[in-house]
Write a new protein. Structure first.
Length: 323
């Protein structure tokens, strides 16, 4: 197992370098630049634009006048020292901006992932056990609906319907964490996490049901039943652990879905997270901030897949042998 973990850790290095290269290249290919955004702001404010000397100084400070390979090397070296640049419009280090907003996105994402995983696996188990019943068809229909409705549309419906039926609406202002008001802090994430995790829960439910039905049809499960093993034991002890292996392997990829979904969810529910900061940076063409958030999000996906790989190797010893 140790060799397996070391091999997976070693794979992070080239993946991270490729991530940084992709981000640097794509940001440089975007139309306009952060300096153009500054000029647009000056035009709206009715002030004079940026002079040629000031533009050249800004390009030099941002490294935009360097060749692309040199820009990549410099950005990689700075990123290794946790320096993701400086916001052009605010003059604030990007790292500090991310540190301030990242906890909100983490709480939202973890709550969505936990409830979606637990609910999806549990409902998938129930649906597989009662296969062919009316309740099975109802659960599968609900899962299809959960996969079909976009989360931003569902978030809007939740706010509108809750306001009409239960006279509830999301908090107008965000409440920071305080040990004396823990419930107040986490309660403001319940509705956003529910909406964000719905599609993932539906996906896990259908995948768990499919895999469990396949496992329950295997010879070793039928043999266990023939020997008089109770159905509950056959399902929970022999069926479910093997059915969860493909489910666990997909969770790393779903982290990327949660991160992308959090962008609109945070904006709709007024949460000052990293996704909302990204939307603001995109609207302002603050490319250093966009670049920094993309790198951090990519690193979360990389480490999530690392955790899934290690968990997969623990659940399936054959993977460790082949590593």
């Amino acid at each position: 197992m140790t060799k397996y973990i070391i091999a997976r850790l070693a794979g992070i290095i080239p993946t991270t370098l490729l991530l940084l290269l992709t981000v640097v290249v794509l940001v440089r290919l975007l139309p306009g630049s952060a300096i153009d955004a500054l000029e647009a702001q000056a035009a709206v404010a009715g002030t004079s634009g940026i002079s040629g000397e000031a533009r050249a100084a800004l390009e030099q400070r941002l490294g935009l006048d360097d060749p692309l390979p040199l820009q990549y090397v410099e950005y990689t070296w700075n990123a290794a020292q946790l320096d993701l640049g400086q916001s052009v419009l605010r003059g604030e280090p990007v790292t500090e901006m991310i540190e301030r907003t990242l906890p909100v996105t983490l709480v939202l994402g973890i709550m969505a992932l936990v409830w979606a995983t637990v609910a999806g696996m549990a409902i998938g188990l129930i649906s597989a056990v009662i296969r062919g019943s009316v309740m099975d068809y109802v659960l599968r229909s609900i899962s299809i609906l959960g996969l079909s409705v976009p989360n931003f549309a569902l978030a809007t419906l939740v706010i509108v319907m809750s306001t009409i039926w239960w006279k509830w609406s999301p908090p107008v202002t965000y409440t920071s964490f305080d040990t004396s008001a823990v419930w107040t802090y986490f309660s403001q994430f319940f509705a956003p996490a529910l909406v964000l995790g719905l599609a993932l829960s539906a996906f896990i439910m259908r995948l768990t049901r499919t895999q469990l039905l396949e496992v329950l049809g295997q010879d070793y499960v039928r043999t266990a039943r023939a020997k008089g093993l109770p159905e509950r034991t056959a399902v929970l002890r022999h069926g479910m652990p093997n059915a969860l292996i493909p489910v666990v392997s997909t969770l790393g990829l779903e982290v990327a879905t949660l991160i992308s979904g959090a962008v609109l969810i945070e904006a709709i529910f007024g949460l000052p997270g990293m996704g909302r900061l990204l939307l603001t940076a995109i609207s302002e063409r603050d490319y250093p901030v966009i670049q920094g958030i993309t790198v951090v999000s990519g690193m979360f996906v990389i480490f999530a897949n690392l955790f899934v790989d290690i968990s997969y190797g623990w659940l399936n010893p054959r993977v460790r042998v082949g590593a």
